[in-house]
Design a protein around this ligand. Structure first.
Ligand code: HAM
Length: 423
């Protein structure tokens, strides 16, 4: 027996209903991105590895354990992108986008790669949609991103989304806090996992992100008590804007996110999931004013967030959120080879006249084609049987009333237009 291949572990084919859900999420996200003035960007799926070791942070799980890294035949060190923010900042710097009117606002809907242990909601290739606003330091741009994502969830029918939010302070406040935290961790070091022990000196904040050290985390000092006046002021403004926009939030003093580039306000979106006490993390983001510096440029204030598409789709399905197929205005049904040929031409003419038209040329039975038209809720079905094909005529059937009328093929587009105007 020849070997049967499967998709790589943790990676999935997207087709059928799953593809339709993806399309729905993409369509809603893209439309909202346009409304709020975000322009599309797509960066290469591989980058110089340093973009991530410097940008995301050498001591993060994403870089330390989860990157697909390899040498090209030319000897370059590259990695499949585990996330989109560092590559977008790389592109912003490379193309001198700071010379354009600021801020520059980006939207993406792209695949990312992390070598994680595959499990529910965690894949090795997954999709995110995301928003990045670079070149402006103001609470309103942070809140705009939270708002646009919140609206997308709402439009997709996902209920009870909650934002958990914190402020991680800028570098100075954080350095002060790290000293206090290190002291505490040293005291509790016997309770720390081996990763946190190892990272304790260089990157003590990672303990807040560790699933194994929850007990230590619970008794730890809180960063919010160490942030400076201006960070505090900025955070207050963000919370006020959220209240104004009626977005529900919870303060979470231990939220620090898993990537090192964050400064200031950080947040995650959660939604309740069936059969699980823990809410599902749908997405997250925050301010990352220092990322441009890590990538060798001056400081460029920036903020952004990304949402996991698979998790969003899974939740939609779990909550029974249906996506309706596009409702065509006209359906073309045909019988026999000559009719098929004529249908192709009529299909093109209707499409060129900007009429939404559907067909099922692969089906030969007239009955099943009309059933399909019914299922799609087309307003009109054009029927071209063997006889009509020879006569160069078409039967136009009003699907609401069931009334039928035969007419010359050359009159069809005009008549369809007239009728759908009144629908
Ligand atoms: P992140 O929290 O690493 O942030 O990922 C954002 C979302 O992507 C997660 O909340 C989750 O829904 C989804 N996600 C992450 N890893 C996986 C996985 N292995 N399988 C399935 N879904 C996953 C970032 O990536 C930042 N770049 C977000 C950001 C944008 N910050 C500023 N701008």
């Amino acid at each position: 027996m020849p070997k049967k291949f499967q998709s790589p572990s943790g990676m999935h084919d997207i087709f059928g209903v799953q593809f339709d859900y993806f399309e729905r999420v993409r369509e809603v996200a893209l439309r909202n991105a346009k409304i709020y003035g975000f322009k599309g960007i797509e960066t290469p799926v591989i980058e110089n590895t340093e973009v991530f070791t410097r940008g995301v942070g050498q001591m993060t799980d994403v870089v330390e354990k989860e990157m697909y890294t390899f040498k090209t035949k030319g000897g370059d060190d590259v990695s499949l992108r585990p996330e989109g923010t560092a590559p977008i900042m790389r592109a912003f710097i490379e193309h001198n986008l700071y010379t354009k009117p600021q801020p520059v606002k980006f939207f993406y809907f792209s695949p990312f790669f992390r070598y994680e242990r595959p499990q529910a909601g965690r894949y090795r290739q997954f999709w995110q949609f995301g928003f990045e606003t670079i070149g402006k330091n103001s609470a309103i741009v942070d809140v705009q991103i939270i708002l646009v994502i919140y609206n997308i969830f709402k439009e997709l029918g996902i209920k009870d989304v909650m934002v958990q939010i914190n402020n991680m302070g800028e570098e100075n406040c954080r350095n002060e806090f790290k000293k206090v935290l290190k002291k505490y961790l040293k005291k509790e070091s016997s309770l720390l996992c081996s990763d946190c022990k190892r990272r304790m000196d260089k990157n003590p904040l990672r303990v807040f992100d560790c699933k194994k050290c929850i007990k230590v985390k619970e008794g730890a000092p809180q960063i919010i008590d160490y942030i400076c006046k201006s960070c505090r002021e900025e955070f207050k403004q963000v919370l006020e804007f959220l209240e104004e926009a009626e977005i529900p939030y919870d303060l979470n003093p231990f939220l620090i996110r898993g990537l090192d580039y964050y400064t200031g306000t950080v947040y995650e979106f959660f939604a309740p999931q069936k059969g699980n006490e823990d809410p599902l993390a749908l997405g997250g983001g925050g301010r990352y004013d220092g990322l441009s510096v890590l990538l060798g440029d001056e400081e460029r204030p920036a903020t952004g967030a990304a949402v996991g598409v698979e998790r969003t789709v899974n939740l939609m399905k779990e909550n029974g959120i249906q996506i309706n197929e596009e409702k065509p205005q006209v359906f073309i049904a045909q019988l026999g080879d000559l009719a098929k040929k004529k249908s192709l031409k009529i299909f093109e003419e209707l499409k060129n006249a900007k009429i939404d038209v559907a067909e099922s040329f692969g089906q030969d039975s007239l009955k099943s084609q009309i059933n399909r038209a019914d299922k799609l809720s087309a307003a009109i079905t054009l029927i071209i049987g063997k006889e009509e094909a020879v006569e160069d005529r078409v039967i136009l059937r009003d699907m609401d009333s069931g009334e039928q009328e035969k007419m010359k093929t050359c009159e069809v587009v005009k008549e369809v237009k007239r009728r759908i105007k009144g629908k």
